[in-house]
Design a binder for this molecule. Structure first.
Ligand SMILES: [Mg+2]
Length: 309
């Protein structure tokens, strides 16, 4: 299968000038630039991260690329090239590969990414799609989790919660918005929301050595969270707080920059949900008191769990 499939792929893939050699040789060759090269990888597995019985393989392919793009966006970078490894069930492997690649190519085309190489194999097991994504960012423009200062504003790029109703299969990583923000403000720290607003915010805070004081009424709750709450036994806020796979960005910046975005650039859709504070942990402010909120989210053990505190 591999030869004809490679020919098909080569015909379908656009190539950036920075890709010296793409699909078809023993390794890809990429022309280095002045910028830092970012690399990340994420694998999704049938039965764990998606369900082929319920979800289309095209969606699974799209998702496998989009979740990696979100990680590059969270670094303030732009995605460039992908290496894709498909591990396919023995039965119907060519058909499955074709359908998965439709989604992979869709995401790569949409976000200007070249498929520079990869691997395909078959085995007696469920479909696994692994994407290694390469991107770049200027050295003085890289966003880390660890850069937040005390009294920074905490900003969120969109509404969260309830992504399981369908948005989780078609994430829209915030690359373009991140690049716009690079020209407008100094982002001090960033993370994308893959595992839950509170869990990922807790990770950013831990890396930066700060805590967060949140105005929880300001957290934009997605209509899907409200819809899910009608039958889940949990509140819309709980879904927004912990669901994950929103692929919005959490960003910190000084209050002046945050005010500029919310007052002068409302079309960018950023919301301030709180500020960083010296005491660690996540806190909710109400009636001049503060209450500690436990971070919750997806802990990669196949179910929702609460972290230690
Ligand atoms: Mg991430």
């Amino acid at each position: 299968m591999e030869l004809s499939f490679l020919a098909y792929l080569r015909g379908r893939c656009r190539s950036l000038p920075s890709i010296h050699l793409g699909i078809g040789d023993d390794a890809a060759a990429i022309i280095p630039t002045e910028k830092l090269q970012l690399s990340c990888t994420d694998q999704i597995i049938d039965g764990v991260d998606f369900l082929s019985a319920e979800h289309s393989l095209r969606d699974a392919g799209y998702k496998s690329v989009a979740i990696n793009i979100s990680d590059i966006a969270a670094m303030g970078g732009v995605p460039k090239a992908a290496l894709v490894t498909l591990t396919l069930p023995l039965e119907d492997s060519t058909k499955i590969a074709g359908e998965v690649y439709e989604g992979i190519l869709e995401a790569c085309t949409k976000y200007g990414i070249t498929i520079a190489g990869g691997d395909i194999s078959t085995y007696e097991g469920p479909l696994a799609i692994n994407v290694c994504l390469l991107g770049e960012v200027a050295e003085n423009k890289i966003w880390r989790r660890s850069g937040a200062n005390e009294n920074d504003a905490i900003m969120l790029t969109g509404a969260v919660g309830g992504s399981i109703l369908g948005r989780h299969l078609r994430p829209e990583p915030k690359v373009a918005l991140a690049q716009k923000l690079q020209t407008l403000v100094d982002v001090t720290a960033a993370i994308d929301i893959s595992d839950g607003l509170s869990l990922d915010l807790d990770r950013l805070c831990a890396a930066s050595g700060v805590g967060a004081e949140l105005d929880t009424d300001q957290i934009p709750v997605h209509p899907d969270a409200a819809r899910l709450a009608e039958s889940s036994g949990r509140s819309a806020f709980q879904h927004a707080w912990s669901d994950g796979e929103d692929f919005e960005l959490l960003l910190t910046m000084n209050q002046h920059d945050a005010d500029h975005l919310t007052q002068q650039r409302p079309e960018l859709g950023l919301t301030q949900i709180g500020k960083t504070v010296g005491r660690t942990g996540l806190w909710r402010k109400y009636d001049r008191k503060v209450e500690r909120l436990p971070p919750q989210g997806y802990m990669h053990q196949g179910k929702h769990e609460q972290t230690s505190d």
